[in-house]
Design a protein around this ligand. Structure first.
Ligand code: C5P
Length: 240
């Protein structure tokens, strides 16, 4: 845990604890990613996805409500910056990784962003022109860094728990457990992104919490309630 003595917020945390105010994450730091990333093609075009940032922003707010000092690293999103949270705005996956590394050390890290898997190999400095006699540009793509896996491998600076999300359309539990192991995450929050579920971009979420101890299925809840329950679970493990 990253504790330095004598900072004003720590004195406040101490007062809160002394008087029994419920701030179970007081004195602790949380890093949260949220939203999509935008990967530029040229100065006016980019590759993106449909992530709204709703779930990630709600998690940042829920951790702050429990007293954590939260850094939210967000891609372009229509969600307002949560109150009481330090929000860093980035566009690309590479910028998101750099901002996450700059936010360490952290006690808990929650990676809710829908990070693009690829960026365009050679971003054009000039707007690509469409001319009738020229063949359309072939976009060469390069893999983006995996931010979760990189931070989960961060050695002594590794937050604990490291929590990832898994958006799946089928065989949810198997794929989520695979992802947990492959990326060295402590927990995976798995959700169904079949268009019929209405979850992607919607107000509600129906998740399975995959940990080393097994899988818990939560009921369909408002994304803010999913966030509150997740923040409570983080507080539970960080207090033991
Ligand atoms: O591999 P996949 O993209 O399905 O993994 C999803 C999880 O990994 C999410 O928690 C997402 O935020 C994180 N992730 C990441 N960096 C990437 C890709 C995914 O942090 N480049």
């Amino acid at each position: 845990r990253s504790r330095r003595m004598g900072q004003p917020h720590e004195i406040l945390d101490g007062i809160e604890r002394y008087f029994g105010v419920s701030a179970p994450l007081a004195g602790l730091r949380a890093l949260v990613t949220s939203g999509p990333t935008h990967e530029p093609i040229d100065p006016v075009r980019y590759i993106a996805n449909r992530s709204s940032g709703r779930q990630g922003h709600a998690i940042a707010a829920a951790c702050a409500a429990l007293g954590a000092r939260v850094t939210l690293v967000s891609g372009p999103s229509a969600q307002p910056d949560p109150a009481g949270v330090t929000t860093t705005h980035i566009e690309t996956a590479r910028q998101m990784l750099a901002a996450c590394q700059a936010a360490l050390p952290a006690d808990a890290a929650i990676f809710a962003a829908a990070v693009a898997d690829w960026h365009v190999a050679r971003q054009s400095e000039l707007k690509l022109k469409k001319t009738p006699d020229v063949t359309p540009p072939a976009l060469a793509l390069v893999a983006n860094p995996d931010i979760l896996a990189t931070i989960a491998a961060a050695g002594p600076a590794r937050p604990r728990p490291v929590i990832g999300f898994a958006a799946e359309t089928h065989q949810l539990e198997t794929h989520a457990e695979d992802k947990r192991r492959r990326k060295n995450a402590d927990w995976i929050v798995a959700n169904d992104v079949n268009p019929a579920s209405g979850i992607m971009g919607g107000a509600e979420n129906e998740v399975h919490l995959v940990t080393a101890d097994g899988i818990e299925t939560w009921p369909r809840l408002d994304k803010s309630e999913v966030a509150r329950r997740l923040a409570d679970r983080i507080a539970q493990v960080l207090s033991t």
